[in-house]
Structures are given as structure tokens and as C-alpha cells.
Design a protein around this ligand. Structure first.
Ligand code: NAD
Length: 487
């Protein structure tokens, strides 16, 4: 199987390479085979990309917003027209099952481009009446924005960052995760085909050092990272030391709270979605499932029954529901956490093993895993695992569960399942999380802001909030009389 792109990087509307860069082997996670070989960006490539973006941006920012939007809209249509091949590419890059990538990856990037294509013309400043004189505010582009992606939703992350940045009149240099470098290159080609002028969306490949070089480049005005909290701290300090704007979309250990009166099947469905989709590699996953005592045993029994039916295997088979983890080190990390959970005294209800799948012996598979009897201070309840490992905890009262749910350094997401709607809103109001759901989990339409409280992040993606984070505000005072000067 091969998925070799024309070259490693896409700069100024063209594929380019510099073979002196460190090798990046692209591995199909289902088999372990190398499907492409790329090079990490050299200093020269980083310069070329930033310079292309810097040169192209001013003319782009001067276009009418509706003209920029038209190009994004065309790109959204092209993404949709190529959804099948892009989904296959994303499956090869990430190992996620094709039944997911067909609906959640290029398709969600297309939704995002379409949204910002339309929203930008309506994203205007304010008129301020000063009783004669007046003022107005204006949102202006920042200039060159850098996007750095994680490996779980590669093209979606590239879309979530580039669409609001470009709609607002910025240029972008995007660095995908070294684990999943392919689909951002495909997105770059789509933008070019849609008529985006050269230099406005550039892709450079690389490891953390390339991300750091971009984050500290003097011609870069903003940096938006999707990644882990430790990386976020490094990138934010680089941004701070160069006084750059920054958005951080980081990790989580989010709670799902299931009250006794919840619809059992929906609550289980939500908890499974929030732990097993994308083989558990979702930042907003609700990996601490708090179930009220009266429902706990029935919940666990049915959860285990349903979890055992998950079809794990060939990601390109449309019937497969769970693929492998992204690479060997993530596989080792997740299996280590499963061992830690057992050693800490949690009860392994189902999963926990590494399935042996004919033809996929070199893949990074792990079974969907449910632990019960988990207590708040166990490592599996405190640390982000980023794999299909659900911890079920039981609770008695509303106040107790709110305090326990909030007892974490993270604050990305939270969910509440109950038929008592006043309680749902009351509890959600107390939860320290940026993205919350009532009676569902992990839906992230572009229309609503997405991002975290506490260590889970700064800033927001999606919705009009993202346009605020890709722009700066100018205030203009207009005098209509004489200048009242004492001199
Ligand atoms: P990671 O932090 O290891 O890497 C993220 C990106 O940062 C990669 O492109 C990497 O090359 C780059 N990077 C690493 N060190 C850097 C440095 N010093 N300077 C600049 N860039 C650097 O994260 P990952 O393992 O790719 O992704 C998993 C993590 O991402 C999890 O913690 C997950 O929760 C988080 N995540 C968050 C969101 C969100 O929207 N909040 C979405 C997806 C994933």
C-alpha cells in the first residue's frame, strides 16, 4: 500500500522538498507498513513558507470579505466532491475506520469552510454613538498565522484553523503532526484548485523542533496549537516571549455524569461515543464516567454487553467500528495504562487485551476497555490516556459529583445525562469545562465555540469566536466638531 505525496511540503502553491530534512516515515497503523516517506522541514523550508505567507497576505486582506468567502465556499464543495478519496487517505494516515472518516474528517472540514465562507461578510465592527462625535471598531487580520496539528483529526484540525484564519484575511503556515502528515497536503491542493492565491496556505512537515521554529519566527503573528498540555505550555511560552497571539486546544480528562433518571441506552451510547470513537483518541472524551448508585449496576451490565459487540479490525472495511491506535508508542502508552488500572485495583470488566487479527499482526490494536470500581485518585482517573479506556466511577449526590468532576487540572469538556432538565442546567453551570453536552456527547458542530477551561486551553475554535481569535480590534474615534484643545 502506498500513499506517497508529490513532495513533503506545499509552499506558494507548489509541492517542494528538501531531502536534507530528517526522514518522516508514514506508517499505516493497521499493519505497521511504511506507506510514504517525507522529510522534516529544514530551516530553509521554514523560511520559504513564512516568507510566502508574509508576501501573499496583504493583498488577500484587502479583498472584500465576500470574495474571500467565495473561494472558501468553492474549496468546501471540492472537499465534499473528493470526500471518498480524502477519507481513504485519512484512514491510511490515522488508522481510523473508513465508516468514521467518511463522515467526520474531510466532511467536517468542509462544513467548517462553508461556515466561515458565509460568516465572514457578516463579521463586522460596531458603531458607537458619542453624542456628536462617534467611533467605530474594525476587525483586522493579524498577518501570518501558524497552525500546528495533532494526529487524531488531521484534516479537520487543518480546516478548523485555516478556514477562520483565511476568511479573516490572514495567511497560514500549517504544520501537521509528524504522525499524520498527508491530508493537510491534500487540503492545500484543494485550496489551490478553489482559486486561493499562492502563499496563503502553506504546509510544512516536521517534528516538534519545526513547530518551535515556526512559533518563534519573528514574522509570525499568531500561533494556534492542537496538542497535549505539555506541548501547549512550551508553545505558549514561545508565543509569550515573542508577544504573539495564541490559541491552545489541549488535552482533557472530561467527566460524563449519569443520574439515576437518565435514559439508560442513550447514556451508554453517549459514554461509548465519548470513549471509543476514533479508538479513544479524542481530546474531549468523557473518560471519567460517573454513574449514580441507583443506576450503576444496570449501566455497567448493559455497557459491557454493548462494548463486546464493537467490531474491531480492518479500517478499510466499511463494517469495522474500531481501528488501531495511531502508532506503537501510543499503543505502548495505552496498554501500560491498562496495566496500571489493574495494579491500582480497578475492576477490568471487558477488554484490556491486544486482539490478534489475521493480516493485521503488525497493527497497533487494543480492545475497547471498561474499568469499574475506579476511584478519584487512581492514575487512570486523573491522567489523559488517549485510548479506548473508560473508567466508571459511582456517586451518590449532585453536590458530591460536581466537586469530584471538577477535581482535575483539565477543563475541556463535560456531559450530563438526566431527564430532569433544571438539574441538567444547574449541574452544567457548575462544571469547569469549556464545551458541555446535555443528554448527548462529543458533538462539535462548527456553529458552536469549542475549547477548554483551566489547563485544557486558551481561546476558542469554531463559531464567530474563532474569527475574534484570528483578528485584532481597531477603534476609530471620529470628531465631528472642533478639537477642544487647551493650547
Ligand atoms: P503533541 O502535543 O505531542 O503534538 C501536537 C503537535 O505539536 C505536533 O504537531 C507536534 O509535532 C507539535 N510539537 C511538539 N512539540 C512541540 C514544540 N516544542 N513546539 C512546537 N510544536 C511542537 O500532541 P499529539 O500527541 O499529537 O496529540 C494528542 C494530544 O492532543 C492529546 O493531549 C489531545 O487531548 C490533544 N488534542 C486536543 C484537541 C483539542 O481541540 N483540544 C484536539 C485533538 C487533540
Amino acid at each position: 500500500m502506498r500513499a506517497q505525496p508529490k513532495a513533503s511540503h506545499y509552499i506558494n502553491g507548489r509541492f517542494v522538498d528538501d531531502e536534507r530534512g530528517t526522514a518522516i516515515p508514514v506508517i499505516y497503523p493497521a499493519t505497521g507498513e511504511v506507506i510514504a516517506s517525507l522529510h522534516s522541514a529544514t530551516a530553509n523550508i521554514v523560511e520559504l513558507a513564512v516568507e510566502a505567507a508574509r508576501a501573499a497576505q496583504p493583498a488577500w486582506a484587502r479583498l472584500k470579505p465576500v470574495e474571500r468567502g467565495r473561494i472558501l465556499r468553492r474549496a468546501a464543495d471540492i472537499l465534499r466532491a473528493h470526500n471518498e478519496e480524502l477519507s481513504r487517505l485519512e484512514t491510511l494516515d490515522t488508522g481510523k475506520p473508513i465508516q468514521e472518516t467518511l463522515v467526520a474528517d474531510a466532511a467536517s472540514a468542509a462544513d467548517c469552510l462553508e461556515y466561515f465562507a458565509g460568516a465572514i461578510a457578516a463579521f463586522n465592527g460596531e458603531y458607537v454613538d458619542l453624542g456628536g462625535p462617534f467611533a467605530y471598531t474594525k476587525r483586522q487580520a493579524l498577518g501570518v498565522c501558524v497552525g500546528i496539528g495533532a494526529w487524531n483529526y488531521p484534516i479537520q484540525v487543518a480546516g478548523w484553523k485555516s478556514a477562520p484564519a483565511l476568511a479573516m484575511g490572514n495567511a497560514m503556515v500549517f504544520k501537521p503532526s509528524e504522525n499524520t502528515p498527508l491530508s493537510a497536503l491534500a487540503l492545500a491542493e484543494v485550496y489551490s484548485e478553489a482559486g486561493l492565491p499562492d502563499g496563503l496556505f502553506n504546509v510544512v512537515q516536521g517534528y516538534g523542533d519545526v513547530g518551535a521554529a515556526l512559533a518563534s519566527h519573528e514574522a509570525v503573528d499568531k500561533i494556534s496549537l492542537t496538542g497535549s498540555v505539555p506541548t501547549g505550555k512550551k508553545v505558549l511560552s514561545l508565543a509569550g516571549s515573542h508577544m504573539k497571539h495564541a490559541t491552545m486546544e489541549l488535552g482533557g480528562k472530561s467527566p460524563i455524569i449519569v443520574f439515576d433518571d437518565a435514559d439508560l441506552e442513550n447514556a451508554i451510547g453517549g459514554a461509548m461515543l465519548g470513549n471509543f470513537y476514533s479508538t479513544g483518541q479524542v481530546c474531549s472524551n468523557g473518560t471519567r464516567v460517573f454513574v449514580q448508585k441507583g443506576l450503576h449496576d444496570r449501566f455497567v451490565e448493559r455497557l459491557v454487553e454493548r462494548t463486546k459487540t464493537i467490531r474491531i479490525g480492518d479500517p478499510l472495511d466499511p463494517d469495522t467500528q474500531m481501528g488501531p491506535l495511531v502508532n506503537k508508542s501510543q499503543h505502548d502508552k495505552v496498554t501500560d495504562y491498562i496495566a496500571v488500572g489493574k495494579a491500582e485495583g480497578a475492576t477490568l470488566q471487558t477488554g484490556g487485551g491486544v486482539p490478534s487479527l489475521q493480516g493485521f499482526e503488525g497493527g497497533f490494536f487494543v480492545e475497547p476497555t471498561v474499568f469499574t470500581g475506579v476511584t478519584d485518585n487512581m492514575r487512570i482517573a486523573r491522567e489523559e490516556i488517549f485510548g479506548p479506556v473508560m473508567s466508571v466511577l459511582s456517586f451518590d449526590s449532585e453536590d458530591e459529583v460536581i466537586a469530584r468532576a471538577n477535581d482535575t487540572e483539565f477543563g475541556l469538556a463535560a456531559g450530563v445525562f438526566t431527564k430532569d432538565l433544571p438539574r441538567a442546567h444547574r449541574v452544567i453551570a457548575e462544571l469547569q469545562a469549556g464545551t458541555c453536552w446535555i443528554n448527548t456527547y462529543n458533538l462539535t458542530p462548527v456553529e458552536i465555540p469549542f475549547g477548554g477551561f483551566k489547563q485544557s486551553g486558551i481561546g476558542r475554535e469554531n463559531s464567530l469566536a474563532a474569527l475574534q481569535h484570528y483578528s485584532q480590534l481597531k477603534s476609530v474615534y471620529v470628531e465631528t466638531g472642533d478639537v477642544a484643545s487647551p493650547y
